[in-house]
Structures are given as structure tokens and as C-alpha cells.
Design a protein around this ligand. Sequence first.
Ligand code: WTA
Length: 630
Amino acid sequence: MKSIETYSDYLEVYQKSVSQPEVFWAETAAEFSWIKPWDKVLDWNFNTPEVSWFTGAELNITQNCLDRHLSEYGEKLAVIWEPNDPAEPVRKITYARLHELVCRFANVLVANGTKKGDRICIYMPMVPEAMVAMLACARVGAVHSVVFAGFSAQSISDRINDSGCNMIITADGTMRGDKKINLKEIVDDALQVCPTIKHCIVFKNRGWNIEMKAGRDTWWHSEMHKVNAVHTAEVMKPEDPLFILYTSGSTGKPKGVLHTCCGYMVQTGFSFKTVFNYKPHQIFWCTADVGWVTGHSYIVYGPLLNAATQVMFEGIPTFPDAGRFWDVVDKHEVNIFYTAPTAIRSLMAYGDKYLEDKKLTSLEVLGSVGEPINEEAWYWYHDKVGREHCAIVDTWWQTETGSVLMTPIAGLGVAKPGYAMYPMPGVQPVLVNEKGEEITGNGVEGNLCIKFPWPSMARTVFGDHERFRQTYFSTYPGLYFTGDGCKRDEEGFYRITGRVDDVINVSGHRIGTGEVEDAINDHECVVESAVVGFPHDIKGQGLYAYVICDKPITDLVKLQQEIKQLVNDRIGPFARPDKIQLVRALPKTRSGKIMRRILRKIAEGETSNLGDTTTLLDPAVVEDIKSGVQ
Ligand code: WTA
């Protein structure tokens, strides 16, 4: 396939990718290694919805991530691991070594009874073994379900029970900055209510004294010693599941979004190379956590499919000080750096002094992901971090899309601050109005949908295909609905404006208002609550909770602390509300629906201009909330 080095190359490739999508994707797929080639490129129906790519093929994604690189790149570094504490040693892992570790751990899984199709939960810190565990699952055909190691015990057990995992892989603990995180303790707590879990394999990361439950828990290193390093990858069909990743939506509990082996491989591999314009000598660093989709696609699969060398970082941007990212960039001569706007805004707030003594001369491409990037942060990133010469790629995508769908491609020179710019080859975005009609032309705004399948799209919600259909394919029949609002400017470039549903994006983490409300409502004094987002300087959006209690509250501060703790325990620290207001009632329509629009405006500090309140059951409620009546 033609490589994309200029914007006119892009236009040519894009044109072909939409006029002949099957030819385009077949050419893209031909660059991978296949046990057996496909018979048919695509079957699809967005109503049922069912999508299958590359029917008839046989493959294993880890063979493409590892085995196929060994002859040429066996001695090339796959991972340069930077520990939380810069005084501790860096670990360097070649492709040959990573292959050996993955084969060994695949044998550990088999020795512990893992079979193709089994679900395995992974709750790990940012260490190379997290990657090894994921790849070993993929190698034996088990479905990994990684849970971000900032989630609470309850969130772990909910996820394990929803997908019926029979094993969990974790570590004793990790340090984030100077904070000690006892991962195994959290897992022990979760496993009290997880009857399906038979094995817990524990990686010794810190060497802390932890409890091991006889018959259930074993150490990673002792298991690894029992097996050899020879393992032939399981033969997988294209639509066999690869992983489940839970994500929040407007309603109900988080959904187990399911991705499959083949399409995911083709598009994450292709997108990594294309978006970042990756060249084999470059050092890549994505600061996400493997627990989120960005970590799956652009720490584990995308870079490894391209035999890239990457930095993997255990720590946080502000430890030992707010210059840590830039120290790591200089130390490992990072060329491509990929982070979230919230991190940029938070470092920007610490001031430029943390950048002034850094070289940063290795940087060529700067990526942004997870939420809209405001212009101020974009310019700071471009001018101060990129020293005005780096390409900025503002990549828009979702857990459900598997890989980047819209972005300016690095090196093509066509970019605007705050714009995801144009679709990747093979991606067909449309804007629709409330009625579901396509909005054509430029200088328009609407809800963002995708009208043609792409290989790395999610195939279902684990165990609930109807929920998958309802959530993504029923709002606008025949289209995949993203949940995002979007503008197309006069020149035809796209700018994502944010969620149009009840999902709130806090520091790049997707949080469903319903989940937080459920946690708050568990407080013994609370009868009802409503959570909305409000603009937050660092986090992008913060959480504002309105709560109704059934008894008089004498100590409001205590109540607020208890509610925050409750959300901490039910979901995780990142979902704690920033503001909690006690109210006597919520603004509801006569049919009982909470008018969140009004609550959002009040949370933003808007006191006039609340829009039409005549449909409210009791309009006086609004005045009471504004004036703080409890
Ligand atoms: C938002 C993260 C604006 C968007 C990869 C989307 C963005 C949600 C961008 C998905 C961007 C992601 N500009 N908004 N570049 N990237 N989003 O599933 O609202 O954690 O729907 O996937 O994040 O979040 P998720």
C-alpha cells in the first residue's frame, strides 16, 4: 500500500479506502503474518449488528507481535521500563526476551488449566509483566479483562463476576509517587465474593509481605520456573474474542466491551504506524495505563505489532517533581510522546520552570488522547514541550473503536489547535441531527456517527448483545453512534465538542453519572442524588453531586467526606465528586425525569438563563437549589 508522507498521499489513500474499503483493508492486512489467509474480507449489518472481518483466516496476534520479528529484531529493545523512583534501575527487554517471557507465561496458564475462551482478569501495575500477562492470554486464546489498578475491590469483583473469570493475575503492590498501593490486599478483598476464581498468580513487584491463600494463590516467579520457554501460539479464528474491557456509559453498570483477534490486530497495527508516522529507529512513549484502551492499543498491541521500541513508565508525572516526564524524555531520548490533555494542563499549572533545564531535543511527535484539548494547553504543548517544531496529533477514538479514528497524521503539516482534523483511512464519519438525518456540507455541527464498519470496532458487550445494539446502533438506525458531539468547520475539518450523553470525562477517565449516583445512594442518609459534570481547569470536567437526605444533617462536612469515601470504595478514587450540595428536591419533569440541563447550568455557576423551566413539576425547586436551600 502507498505510504502516507504528504497530505496529498493521505487524500489519495483515503479516497481509495472509502471507494474500495475491502481492497484497502486487504492490502493493509497483507502486511501481517497469517497462519491461513482469509476467504472474504467483510460481512456486515449495522442493524443486528453483526460485523466480521477476514472470514476464513487463521492467526495469532502474539505471533505478529513477537515471533515474526525475531529474525530481524530479536535483539532490538521492545521495552525500556522506567521505575516510579528514578533512583531504581531501568529494565530493558528485547523482543527475544519478551517472546521468551510470553511463551513461558503461556505455559504457566496452560499448566494452571487455562483453556481457549476462558476469561482472565489482570489487575497489575505498570510493569512489563502486565504486558506479558496480556500477551500470554492472547497466545493461548484466553480472553483478558484488564482492570485498571486504581479501581476498588468492588469494581474488580463486579467485573470478574460479569464475565466469569476463573483466574486473576496481580502483583503484591506498587508505588505511585510516594503513595503505596497494596494491590494484593484489594484483590483479596474483591475475591471474597468471586466464586468463579480458582487461581490467583501474584507478581512480586515490591517484595512486600503479603498474605498468600493456600490452594488459590501462587507466585509468578515460582510458576515461571516450573515451565519451559517453548510454546506454539494457539490458532485463532478472526472473530474469536481477544479481550474484554469495561467502560462506562449513560446508564447501568459498566459494559464489557468485547474486541476480537483479527480486525483489532490489523487496525491497531496500521494506525500506530500511520498516526505517529512511526519509523523503526524511533523511541515511542505512551503515558497511559495498560488498564485503559489507550494502553491496550498503544502500549501493548500497536507498538509491538510494529516492532517498535517503547518506554513504559510505572510512576506519575509529578514525582519526584513536575519535571519527571521531561526527565524521562531526555533520559531515554523519546521521539514520540503520547499523553492526555489533563496531564498537560496539570504540568502547565506547575509553571515553565520544570521545562527550562530540559533538552527535549529528541522529540518529534506529540500526541494527545482521551478528551478535547483546549487551545491554551495545545499551544503550551506545541510551544514549550515541542519547542515549536513537533507535530501535534490530537487523536480521537474510544474504547469501542479499538484504534484511533480521527487525527491529524504526524508529519503531514495540516493541523489546527483543538481539532481531531480528519478521519483515518477506512473511517467514514457522518454528522447527524436530532432526527438522525445526515448533515452534509461544511460549517455544521451535529452528533458524530460512523456509517461503515472498521476492522477494530467492538463486536458486542460481553453476555449482552442486545445492550450493544441498543447503546450504539439504535439511536440512529444503520449508524454507529459515538455519544460525542462534533463540528465540521468551513474547511471540512472535525472538532470533537464532547459527550452529548450522561458520560462525564474526568481527567480523561470515562465516568457514568448513574454509577456514581448508585454509589452515593448507598449512603444511609441519602434518598436520591444526581451527578453532573462542570468545567474544571485541570481535569477537564469535575463531578458535581446534588443529594437529598431523609433526615436533617448537622455535620455537612462529615456527610460530604463519607460520600466521597463511599464512591472511592465502590468505584475508585478518580470518581470522587469534587462538589456535593445538599438539596431538598431535584428539578424533575412531570414524568419524573431529572432535568440535568438545569443542574449542569447551576453547577457551572449560571444563575440566570436556565432555559425553559415550565415543564417542571415544581419550578420552585430551581430557586431553592440556586439559593442553597437544603
Ligand atoms: C473522548 C479513550 C476529544 C470522547 C481513547 C470519547 C476525545 C471518549 C478525544 C472515549 C479527543 C477521546 N478529543 N475527545 N482527541 N479522545 N475523547 O473510551 O468523548 O476512554 O467518546 O477512550 O473520550 O473515551 P475512552
